[in-house]
Design a protein around this ligand. Structure first.
Ligand code: AGP
Length: 612
């Protein structure tokens, strides 16, 4: 949600913090702020708008103080509208304590009422300002920042990743987490705190991940951690497997376009060292220790949010049709609260790009508490879901900066195809059949490249529809989730209303929307239900809808039925979504660019949703 950076060391912290915030901006970008310790006081500058606006107000950091200790925040508003007052950092009543926060303090209202009765005055409407005042009030009593934070947090319900500074003591900062990610970057005579590795990779590759319920005291030369109940904890300092170039745009206009074009190599990376084409099989190190539970599972439940949920829907087709395993797919936000009937015979896959999505994490903990085997399909290495699951598979898509997920989706599908083939073989599929599927999976990167080579044609079609206000996306079978995902991509970055629907469901209502102004995208590969989709296309044509068909190269019939045809190579039916989504990613991208929206940081969104 929000992005947090803290620095204590020997360098001027302002440019370090601003650069870190710029790298974290995909997490939240409606307001930003910085606080530094100088001359025995804490100096704060904050405002609504982007990090660039904050930097501008600091004259790029030169117009502000030079200091070696500070922190910064880029916000995604939950409580209190995005404005200069509600931006972080927030101070306590004395102005000697400053706090930045990522998360939601659920019982802030009762704490606020208590503090109001004690004479506190609040400037804004945020839960975070209330926490700052609470810490300040306790600090007045106990005089130790660490102790004040620890005691104050014991009164708090909700989620947080926080960093706290005191004007009284520039030797250290205090950080704590529950629910929101936070790591400590270890340097030579300097230390960092950040929401994720992209903010520190330029300075260090050595990090320690804070776990839920941990609090840390960080100085320039080291750190120590303990639980909120003051029990000391040991942290492992890990080496990051990330290159700076991976989080740069690399000459593309937007991260989203770069990430769309990375897919031939990211899909290849997802299968590297795992797909055994000659044996027609798959080896996944992260699942070996749970193979018994996987093979004896009564059913598989896949749970996730947003694009990852769409990946789950495609995986359901793969697992049921190829591996013959009963599979259910659940919205994590619903699953976590409906007391699901889950038990030790169930295997639950949590699909998440960030590995930090609050609803998916809660679904993991819910399923785990009921005895199920919980397995993560995650992109971000070291993320909370990856660390709390019984096992899992990293999708190796590399950092995904664009808020609209693209390469993570196709890598999630590739990994679910690998898991499916592995289970199908273990459940009796022949080596020959396995080889056929393995060869098909291995051919996907090249086929994706073929589609990307035709991007200009998609760009031309996109310009036709930049003025549209509504879109309908249709698909059948495993291409229904592709229609959902295509619609989501367009909504997210162009703000055009779009709906994905099972093609056969259209005549039960949405067909009423169709007239000569309605663009209708139909995913119609030449598979077992091709003829059925053609009938649906005829129903749209009869109402003069403007049809954009995603069809196979050797399909001549579709040419006469659709206004625009975007060609995709043929592949094995259930792997088709990995190809069929590519033109829809490009279509939404080029329409959004034509609409002039901020493609990488669309309004109201954030890359990792760490609050409910
Ligand atoms: C997709 O483009 C969105 N960014 C969003 O729907 C996302 O898929 C969802 O928030 C889940 O995120 P996760 O995969 O990191 O858990």
């Amino acid at each position: 949600m929000c992005g947090i950076v803290g620095y204590i060391g020997h360098r001027n912290c302002v440019p370090v913090i601003l650069e870190g915030l710029r790298r974290l901006e995909y997490r939240g970008y409606d307001s930003a702020g910085i606080a530094v310790h100088s001359g025995g006081a804490i100096h704060v500058q904050k405002r609504a708008g982007k990090v660039a606006d904050l930097a501008g107000s600091l004259d790029g950091g030169n117009g502000f103080l030079t200091a070696t200790f500070g922190m910064g925040h880029t916000r995604w508003a939950t409580h209190g509208e995005p404005n200069d007052v509600n931006a972080h950092p927030h101070g306590d009543a004395s102005g000697r304590i400053a706090l930045i926060h990522n998360g939601i303090i659920e019982n802030y209202s009762s704490i606020r009422t208590k503090l109001l009765r004690e004479g506190h005055v609040f400037r804004g409407g945020t839960d975070t300002e209330v926490l700052a005042h609470l810490i300040g009030a306790v600090y007045e009593k106990v005089g130790s920042l660490h102790e004040a934070v620890r005691l104050a947090l014991s009164e708090v319900d909700g989620t947080y990743g926080i960093v706290v500074m005191s004007a009284d003591d520039p030797s250290h900062m205090v950080a704590a987490r529950r629910g929101s990610p936070l790591l400590i970057g270890v340097g030579q005579g300097e230390h960092f705190v950040a929401s994720d590795a992209s903010a520190v990779i330029e300075h260090t590759r050595h990090v320690a991940y804070l776990s839920d319920g941990e609090i840390a005291v960080i100085t320039a030369d080291g750190f120590r951690t303990s639980t909120i109940d003051d029990v000391g904890t040991e942290k492992v300092v890990e080496e990051l497997n990330l290159e700076l170039a991976q989080i740069e745009r690399g000459g593309y206009d937007h991260f989203m376009l770069k990430e769309i074009h990375e897919q031939p190599s990211t899909i290849r990376d997802a299968m590297r060292g795992r797909l055994l084409v000659d044996e027609g099989n798959v080896k996944l190190g992260g699942l070996q220790h749970v193979m018994g539970r996987l093979l004896s599972a009564r059913r598989v439940i896949v749970t996730a949010c947003g694009t990852s949920w769409h990946a789950g829907l495609v995986a359901e087709y793969m697992l049921e049709q190829i591996a013959r395993i009963p599979t259910e797919v659940e919205y994590a936000s619903e699953f976590r609260y409906r007391n699901p009937l889950v038990n030790i015979d169930d295997v639950v896959f949590l699909i998440s790009q960030s590995g930090e999505t609050a609803d998916t994490l809660a679904a993991l903990r819910e399923a785990k508490s009921k005895g199920a085997t919980v397995l993560g399909v995650v992109n971000v290495v070291g993320s909370t879901i990856a660390r709390e699951a019984h096992g899992g598979v990293y999708i190796h898509a590399g950092p995904e900066i664009g808020v609209a997920s693209t390469k993570a989706f196709t890598s999630q599908l590739t990994v679910m195809a690998l898991i499916t083939l592995m289970l199908a073989r273990a459940r009796g599929m022949s080596r020959e059949d396995g080889q056929i599927l393995a060869r098909e999976i291995a051919s996907l990167p090249e086929k994706v490249q073929q589609i990307l080579d035709g991007a200009d044609e998609v760009k031309r079609i996109a310009h036709e529809f930049a003025g549209a206000r509504n879109f309908l996306y249709l698909g059948r079978g495993s291409n229904f989730p592709v229609a959902l995902e295509g619609a989501l991509k367009l909504k997210e970055i162009s703000y055009i209303h779009a709906e994905g629907y099972p093609a056969a469901e259209m005549k039960h209502g949405p067909i009423a929307l169709i007239d000569e102004r309605m663009p209708v995208v139909v995913v119609v590969p030449k598979d077992a239900i091709y003829e059925k989709v053609l009938s649906n296309i005829q129903e749209v044509r009869a109402r003069k809808g403007r049809i954009i068909a995603i069809a196979n190269e050797d399909d001549d019939e579709i040419t006469g039925l659709a206004e625009f045809v975007i060609r995709v190579p043929r592949t094995y039916g259930f792997f088709g979504p990995i190809l069929n989504i590519i033109p829809l990613q490009l279509l939404s991208y080029y329409i959004a660019v034509a609409c002039g929206t901020n493609v990488d940081q669309p309004r109201n969104l954030a890359k990792s949703v760490t609050v409910e």
